[in-house]
Design a protein around this ligand. Structure first.
Ligand SMILES: O=C(O)CCC(=O)C(=O)O
Length: 371
């Protein structure tokens, strides 16, 4: 790996600098055609707003480790296979916070078409993409680049189309025609899979099967269709900066390009694409309510010379208007003298407020709520 220091890069901390970062961010945002638009303009050097502090991260990458793979084949008809899957989910959720699911019931043709649909959207003419561009978080369907662009220490080399599918779905006409049918089909299937995973996780925690899926704070489903264009200087920036997910649970579909890494035992571990599989990870809210029995771990996406890379992240989050103020804390049934609460009670809204305030700065949204 190329090692460059922040002094060599001048990350904008230099007092003599005349660099106006905010002006650069605004000008970029006003183009409304994202990172893909920058690339299409023929640049061979990336703009400075993308320079990342990754250059200061000397954490090793392990080629030896790989994510646990969990097979859901026949778990509804064979109780010993179900018990085996539950055990594996318990240990993967604790030790890794991540696992890959195979035989999860969503056909590979649906997964492939979802990737193609996201690609079709991002590869339309800039003038068409522009119509969907917005920074309004309340919009159910929108296109943007870097969700917390003005908070993040460095912009990421990627663009996104997002869909809030539940509890208040967009009308079909709100979804771009190039991906409409597959977004509707995929989001229904992945929602059903999410409920199955919540059941298995409830069992893994020793709770009744329906416990997690009945929780109001996890009733929202939010999809991000990410497009990582090829990058002319990948050693200087990130596809997605190091972060944990401020969700309950995330189900990730990735194409075959690779680039996603998970922090495990202080090493970055590549999440090798397995065609037909889905990557599952624990979000901050699940870490909080399980009192650290399940771990929401850091992950990131490297930028590359080759691309595009496409992924679709489905977040199970809270989006109901009243749920935001609902108090959440460690599940009482999981607490004991030996397992005292690690977090104070808070609200979903307060945890999100922390997330939006800090941006992708490499810290967890949970830090202020830890006892
Ligand atoms: O694109 C990916 O593989 C992961 C994206 C991600 O971590 C996120 O959107 O939170």
């Amino acid at each position: 790996m190329v090692t460059i220091t922040s002094k060599q890069l001048d990350l904008g901390t230099d007092k003599d600098s005349t660099y106006d970062r905010i002006a650069e961010l605004k000008a970029f945002d006003e183009t409304k055609i994202g990172v893909k638009g920058i690339l299409e303009s023929g640049v061979t050097k990336i703009p400075r707003m993308f320079y990342s502090a990754k250059v200061e991260d000397h954490t090793e990458t392990s080629a030896k480790l790989s994510l646990p793979i969990i097979d859901l084949q026949d778990i509804d008809t064979n109780s010993s296979l179900r018990a085996e899957a539950v055990d594996k989910i318990r240990s993967a959720s604790k030790e890794w916070g991540f696992f890959q699911l195979v035989n999860h019931g969503i056909g590979v043709e649906v997964l492939d078409e979802m990737i193609c649909g996201v690609r079709r959207f991002h590869e339309q003419d800039g003038e068409v993409r522009k119509e969907f561009y917005s920074r309004d978080n309340n919009k159910r369907v929108r296109y943007f680049s870097n969700g917390t662009l003005f908070q993040d220490p460095a912009a990421n080399w990627k663009d996104t189309i997002s869909f809030f599918m539940t509890p208040d779905p967009p009308s079909p006409e709100e979804i771009p025609a190039v991906c409409r049918d597959i977004v509707i089909e995929y989001s229904e299937k992945v929602r059903a899979l999410g409920f199955t995973i919540f059941e298995l996780m409830s069992e893994a925690l020793g709770l009744r099967s329906s416990y997690l899926k009945e929780l109001e704070p996890a009733d929202g489903q939010f999809l991000l269709g990410q497009y990582y264009p090829p990058c002319p200087e990948p050693e200087l920036t990130m596809g997605t900066s190091k972060h944990t997910d401020t969700s309950f649970l995330t189900i990730l579909l990735q194409d075959q390009m690779g680039g996603l890494q998970v922090l495990h035992e202080n090493q970055w571990v590549d999440v090798h694409p397995v065609h037909g599989s889905l990557v599952v990870n624990i979000g901050d809210f699940l870490q909080l309510i399980t009192n650290d029995l399940f771990a929401s771990v850091y992950h990131r996406v490297l930028s590359r010379h080759t691309g595009p890379r496409i992924s679709v992240a489905t977040f199970f989050v809270n989006k109901s208007p009243h749920g935001g103020s609902k108090v959440i804390g460690p599940i009482k049934e999981l607490l004991s003298k030996d397992n005292p609460p690690m977090y104070r009670d808070t609200t979903v809204r307060d945890v999100y407020a922390r997330y939006f305030e800090k941006g992708l700065d490499g810290t967890s949204s949970l830090t202020p709520f830890r006892l």
